[in-house]
Design a protein around this ligand. Structure first.
Ligand code: SF4
Length: 332
């Protein structure tokens, strides 16, 4: 692999400043920014888009900083697509993201739609809002507003202050599984269900298998929801991080379950993450309030146990012979 280091301000050969160069060398052409609010750095994001025309950039954003000028920049560079975070209708969205956010989101969507710029939405479903997020009314309204794609994430109790009661129930996760598949046949919007689409990507994609996450401190983490690391971009190349004990723990153990509806080493198979974090010596990268992998996993045990029989039924049903769908023949 050929690296192209830029001038160093700190660390080894300016490694932290050439992540996209390193990624492209390894075959990675899609980059997503998470928050906080990534668009506080929108000028820098546009610069990246200019410099890497062979890549696509996206961001999860609350949409409040999308204005006419930024939309014009998006039109100019043509390789940036935002995913606007929205948790249902006005009350639910403002309840989570602050009063007035929903109005600003509608304004941002209207600007993007007017300029024919593709954009999507990002929805976190919880025990509180799953029925709204999975409703036909909500899907239709998002399509009417101009959304072309939608990410669906289920609430994960990440961090010490997280509330496990907000995790979607097994019934709600099953409802999302059915609704999203149903709408794929009937609605003009591309959807990605981060937890229920494992069957299309061979289960968990984290740990460098198909993606990884880099936090604001430069720690290279297996996944945006897994805040443990044994590598930092100031000390290691991406390739070195992919070969680190933590990432090799993912590599050696994926898939975490033969049932692709139970893909996650913490949400669906609690305890598996703890094993590889402990073995690798990775540390918590939650700098406000350190949480061990075991503490995190323990919060998922009950939900995982309730999801297991539902996932087994769905997995067995989805693998029946497609000829009639009734006879129970295993098509695998
Ligand atoms: S670690 Fe869990 S949340 Fe992350 S990609 Fe794997 S299955 Fe998904």
């Amino acid at each position: 692999m050929v690296l192209r280091p830029v001038k160093s301000r700190a660390g080894r050969d300016g490694l932290q400043f050439n992540i996209v160069n390193q990624g492209v060398e390894l075959g990675t052409y899609v980059y997503l920014f998470t928050g906080g609010e990534p668009l506080v750095r929108k000028k820098d994001i546009i610069r990246l888009c200019e410099e890497h025309q062979d890549c696509v950039f996206s961001t999860f954003t609350n949409g409040t900083l999308i204005d006419e000028a930024f939309a014009d920049e998006m039109l100019r560079v043509q390789n940036f697509m935002p995913a606007i975070s929205i948790e249902g209708f006005e009350e639910a969205t403002d309840g989570r993201r602050g009063e007035g956010t929903y109005e600003k989101i509608l304004n941002a969507m209207s600007i993007l739609k007017k300029k024919k710029l593709p954009f999507g939405i990002s929805c976190c479903y919880t025990s509180d809002n799953a029925e709204v997020i999975g409703s036909e009314e909500y899907f239709d309204y998002m399509i009417e507003l101009g959304a072309k794609f939608a990410w669906f994430f289920t609430y994960m109790p990440v961090g010490k202050g997280a509330v496990p009661e907000l995790m979607a129930t097994a019934k709600q996760r099953e409802m999302m599984y059915h609704k999203i598949r149903e709408y794929r046949q009937t609605k003009p919007i591309f959807t990605v269900d981060f937890w229920n689409d494992g069957e299309y990507v061979g289960g968990c994609i984290a740990g460098g298998r198909s993606y990884c996450h880099i936090n604001a401190n430069g720690d290279i983490e297996p996944c945006a929801f897994i805040h443990y690391s044994d590598s930092n971009i100031r000390e290691k190349t991406l390739l070195e991080a992919y070969r680190s004990p933590l990432f090799m723990g993912y590599h050696d153990n994926q898939p975490w379950n033969d049932n692709m509806l139970r893909p996650c080493p913490v949400l669906d198979n609690p305890g598996r993450l703890t094993e590889i974090v402990d073995k690798s010596g990775a540390i918590s990268t939650d700098y406000q309030n350190l949480e061990t992998a075991k503490e995190f996993s323990d919060k998922c045990v009950l939900t995982a146990a309730k999801w297991k029989p539902v996932a087994e039924r769905l997995w067995s049903e989805s693998n029946r012979c497609m000829a009639c769908g009734k006879c129970g023949t295993d098509s695998r």
